[in-house]
Write a new protein. Structure first.
Length: 218
């Protein structure tokens, strides 16, 4: 009888260990949960949205290395991507990819141009609270980290994106800390593409946003 109980306990322990291993493998190579902490992606993503990130599509990274396995495709303009913040890789950011390596980005009076043409990926969902573009001082650096120069968000570039890097921008561009201020994102820092919202919590009203559940992100 005691031996049978030990056998049952062993089965439960083994099942739990296999479940843990499977969870870690899925999180590292296939899918990962992410929560939206800021308003930089309004109105596409809201604070309190919980979403799944596809890590397999661009090729997952082997944990604790800089080795990326082959993926299904490279990031495209318009993709919403989770990545490590280049200035502090311990933090994850989420933005929309506006341009990839070799493309030229420019912002003129709030309108984003990629390779000389208005960018549908940047402007179809952009939130503008102030319709008037603010002038940028002529001596401002190309990536003004100084918060007093944030008006440079309305006019930027032209800037050619280096190969192997991505230019990221928030849909809520007037409240977004993005590539206009700290530069581009190397592929090594890319975590994956946002897929869908599996839960959304409205902190102001202390209730779920039922209409956003299982919403595909694009």
């Amino acid at each position: 009888m005691a031996g049978k109980k030990r056998s049952i306990v062993r089965e439960y322990v083994e099942a739990a260990l296999w479940a843990l291993v499977l969870t870690l493998v899925l999180r590292a190579f296939v899918i990962q949960a992410f929560r939206i902490p800021s308003e930089s992606m309004l109105d596409t993503l809201l604070v309190g949205d919980f979403l799944f990130v596809n890590k397999f599509e661009y090729g997952p990274k082997i944990p604790f290395t800089h080795v990326r396995l082959p993926g299904l495709r490279a990031p495209h303009t318009g993709d919403i991507i989770v990545f490590q913040f280049p200035q502090d890789p311990s933090k994850d950011f989420i933005k929309r990819c506006i341009a990839t390596g070799g493309q030229t980005v420019e912002v003129r009076d709030k309108v984003v141009y990629v390779d000389g043409r208005p960018s549908p990926a940047a402007d179809r969902l952009a939130v503008h609270k102030d319709p008037v573009a603010q002038p940028c001082p002529p001596d401002a650096p190309p990536f003004p980290e100084d918060p007093t120069l944030r008006q440079c968000r309305d006019n930027f570039g032209p800037f050619r994106v280096p190969q192997g890097r991505l230019f990221m921008m928030g849909d809520n561009r007037e409240n977004s800390n993005d590539s206009r201020f700290w530069g581009t994102v190397p592929m090594d820092y890319v975590q994956g593409r946002a897929m869908f919202i599996y839960w959304s919590w409205d902190g102001a009203r202390f209730m779920p946003r039922w209409s956003r559940l299982l919403r595909i992100i694009h």
